[in-house]
Design a protein around this ligand. Structure first.
Ligand SMILES: Cc1ncc(C[n+]2csc(CCOP(=O)(O)OP(=O)(O)O)c2C)c(N)n1
Ligand SMILES: [Mg+2]
Length: 575
């Protein structure tokens, strides 16, 4: 029967037949390598340079989650790595696709998150001729990745993906970047000419316990310590060292503080869990063990640690140990393996030292309780407009053991840092030391995608949400419900505080004012659930309705723009 215009020629629309079953394209090789790594999803925004990877993903059963901005794809890959313990992958087109993803890669770099960004590139055959979207991507990415390279031949496509992934785990983890020129990606090679590394056989497991003698030394120090304290940093979560860290804290009986992604390693009511008395604990400790977190701005560059304390640092990155502050013992290795070795070295000796430390625990607990009591009235404030501490309090009460908390914003999130306590390990997500606004919606996407069994609760500043908020629609499209709470002060308040301090109230409102936007209506427009709240007692019921809606949601909570978090007021940059 003759074809008519209304009956398209199905054969003509079908993909070109395989040129012999024994050849394979670059995009299909990329997908094979991703599959070998256990990556089951790519986050992407399409472009002509990269579509062969999508086709490979179809064959390998890898999901393609398409977003509305490449920054979101890159943050989602970072978030996926954090949630799953496997590397995340974002695929973006050449030129602006790759430059849009820079912020996400940079964030992963500072947060030590293992992700792979694959970017398109003009055909090698047109190298430097001015092809569409040609840019020096590798040069752009080199300073913010552990590895950045071009795939030079189709037969190397899978091999170089594996190479980039191996490099993600060199020392402390981090991002890698690969650009794949279009003719390399679309080209075909006989399958036997391609290097295709086999799952589980192309990189080490990287669980280095460091130097056994150092573990013995630390055990020695801790058994004798009278007032020890340990700070668990993000690497504890990155390295999946939770169990080892808990065993260490309990067996050696050490008050434990947690920051970044390690928050929740011990549950809030645990006798070893401390939070609000950190400054006091550091000032009065005789031994301070810092695990998997650098002496950066969050730690006052280590300068606030008293000189008299014995300071021990354990880190996956050689370059972090002893940086900015002298230490007494430095151990490079996997935090889980090192802490287990120390626990093991200490057991048997525990009876000989003053390890019951009752007085030290009582002293810290009373500091902790006093700080909590002092803050409580503001936390329970009925004020209208709503005090941000009350909002944080309501969120904390709302979280269950299965709620992953994501904070994305300025002052409103700083407030929440003191109040919101994740109830389980790995249930806290913040951008990390790059302080990138806009990670919220992408992290929700990654977290809910990877862990549909978990509830996701995100606190979003109105400024932060504005950066990546359109991908709320992606959450609707992929049916990824979450409870979003917008702390809306119609301002970039964290910055405004500094401006008012420095230039006075009259000149403090420059470049930091946002409109009174009804983010609840925005959510509804995109197919989600939305409500607005002006009275503090309505926060909890609104969040509950959002939970029950089964939809991505935004509860727009109007908060007091004149309330500032102590953390914001103490920022050293304004002093
Ligand atoms: C991408 C990015 N741009 C700018 C900043 C600087 N910055 C830090 S806090 C802040 C204000 C954030 O406003 P919002 O999310 O509404 O939180 P608020 O301080 O108002 O509670 C800004 C602009 C940043 N951290 N990240
Ligand atoms: Mg704001």
């Amino acid at each position: 029967m003759a074809q008519t215009v209304s009956e398209p020629n199905v054969e003509a629309d079908a993909p070109e037949p395989e040129q012999g079953a024994t050849t394979i394209s670059g995009g299909h090789l990329v997908a094979k390598a991703l599959k070998a790594e256990g990556i089951d999803v790519i986050f992407t925004l399409c472009g002509g340079h990269i579509i062969d990877i999508y086709d490979g993903c179809v064959d390998e059963g890898i999901d393609v989650v398409d977003v509305r901005h490449e920054q979101v794809a890159a943050h989602a890959a970072d978030g996926y790595a954090r949630i799953t313990g496997r590397p995340g992958c974002a695929v973006v087109t050449a030129g602006p696709g790759t430059t849009d993803a820079v912020t996400g890669v940079a964030n992963a770099f500072r947060a030590e998150s293992p992700m792979l960004l694959i970017g398109g590139q003009g055909a090698l055959s047109q190298h430097k001729m001015g092809s569409l979207q040609d840019l020096p991507h590798v040069d752009l990415m080199t300073p913010i990745t552990k590895f950045a390279a071009t795939v030079p031949h189709t037969a190397r496509a899978a091999d170089m993906v594996s190479m980039a992934l191996r490099e993600c785990y060199n020392g402390a983890p981090g991002p890698s970047f690969l650009e794949i020129p279009r003719d390399i990606l679309d080209g075909r090679v006989p399958i036997e000419e391609a290097t295709i590394p086999e799952a589980g056989r192309y990189r080490a497991s990287t669980k280095s316990a460091g130097d056994p003698a150092a573990a013995e030394s630390l055990a020695d120090i801790l058994v004798r310590a009278e007032k020890p304290v340990v700070l668990l940093g993000s690497q504890v979560q990155t390295a999946r060292a939770t169990d080892a860290a808990i065993e260490f804290a309990r067996t050696l009986n050490i008050p434990t503080f947690m920051n970044g992604a390690a928050r929740g390693t011990l549950p809030p009511k645990d006798p070893h869990h401390f939070h609000l008395s950190r400054r006091y604990a550091f000032n009065n400790a005789d031994v301070i063990v810092i695990v998997g977190t650098p002496f950066d701005f969050r730690m006052g560059y280590g300068k606030r640690l008293p000189k008299k304390a014995t300071v021990v640092q354990i880190d996956m990155d050689y370059r972090t140990v002893g940086k900015n502050r002298d230490i007494d013992l430095g151990i490079v290795g996997d935090p889980g393996a090192v802490l287990s070795a120390v626990t093991q070295a200490a057991s048997g000796r525990l009876k000989s030292g003053p390890t019951d430390r009752k007085e030290w625990f009582t002293e810290l607990r009373s500091e902790e309780d006093a700080a909590y009591e002092k803050r409580l009235p503001r936390q329970l404030s009925d004020a209208n407009p709503i005090h941000p501490l009350r909002l944080a309090h309501e969120i904390n009460e709302f979280l269950t053991e299965d709620s992953i908390y994501i904070g994305d914003g300025g002052d409103v999130v700083t407030f929440s840092g003191g109040v919101v306590q994740p109830k389980s390990p790995g249930h806290w997500m913040d951008p990390g030391p790059l302080g990138t606004l806009g990670v919220g919606i992408p992290f929700v996407l990654a977290a809910k995608y990877a862990r549909p069994d978990k509830e996701i609760v995100a606190l979003l500043g109105d400024g932060a949400l504005s950066l990546t908020g359109w991908d709320f629609e992606t959450l609707v499209r992929f049916n990824l419900p979450f409870i979003g709470v917008v702390g809306n002060n119609s301002s970039m308040n964290q910055i405004r505080y500094g401006q008012e301090q420095k230039y006075g109230k009259a000149r403090g409102r420059v470049g930091n004012t946002l409109g009174d936007v009804k983010y609840d209506e925005f959510a509804r427009m995109l197919g989600g659930y939305g409500e607005e709240v002006r009275d503090p007692k309505d926060i909890a019921p609104a969040m509950q309705r959002a939970r029950e809606s089964g939809l991505p949601s935004l509860i727009n909570v109007w908060i007091d723009p004149e309330a500032y978090a102590p953390g914001t007021m103490n920022q050293t940059m304004y002093k």
